[in-house]
Write a protein that binds this ligand. Structure first.
Ligand SMILES: [Zn+2]
Length: 132
C-alpha cells in the first residue's frame, strides 16, 4: 500500500522495538490482535518517514495522514486529524515543527509554502478532514 511494497518492513522491525504505551493499552483494553496491527501500523508510518522512502513528494502527505487515521482507529480513538503529529515529523517536511506541536488539538496548522510535501498537497489534507 502507498509505495510501501518495495520497502522491507520486516527487516526494519528486526532492528527496532516499537513500544506501545502500557497504560493506554490497559485503558483502551486492546486485544493481542489489535496490538499486532498497531505494531505494523507504526512500522508502516515509520517507513513513510524515512528519507529514502520511495513514496513521491505529492503523495507522501496523504499517505502519512491516512496512516495516522489508521493508528487512531486501531487505538479505538475517533479519526481526528486535529491530533495528528506525524505529518510534520518527517524529514521531507519543512513546516514548523514546534509551532505545529503547540497547535495540536486546535484544528489549525502552519504550512510552509516551500515544503515539498505540504506546499503541494495542502488542499488534500484539508479535504480529508472534512470527509471524516
Ligand atoms: Zn510540511
Amino acid at each position: 500500500m502507498l509505495g510501501l511494497n518495495i520497502f522491507n518492513i520486516k527487516k526494519r522491525r528486526e532492528n527496532k522495538m516499537t513500544t506501545l504505551n502500557p497504560e493506554l493499552l490497559k485503558k483502551q483494553n486492546l486485544s493481542k490482535q489489535r496490538m499486532k496491527q498497531l505494531y505494523i501500523a507504526y512500522d508502516e508510518i515509520d517507513a513513510l518517514r524515512l528519507p529514502e522512502c520511495p513514496t513521491p513528494d505529492d503523495e507522501l502527505a496523504d499517505a502519512i495522514t491516512w496512516q495516522e487515521y489508521k493508528i487512531q482507529r486501531l487505538w479505538g480513538f475517533a479519526s481526528d486529524s486535529d491530533y495528528h503529529s506525524y505529518w510534520y515529523r518527517t524529514p521531507r517536511c519543512r513546516c514548523p515543527m514546534m509551532d505545529n506541536e503547540d497547535l495540536s488539538g486546535t484544528g489549525q496548522r502552519i504550512y510552509r509554502k516551500d515544503c515539498k510535501i505540504h506546499g503541494i498537497s495542502k488542499w488534500t489534507t484539508t479535504k480529508l478532514k472534512k470527509h471524516y
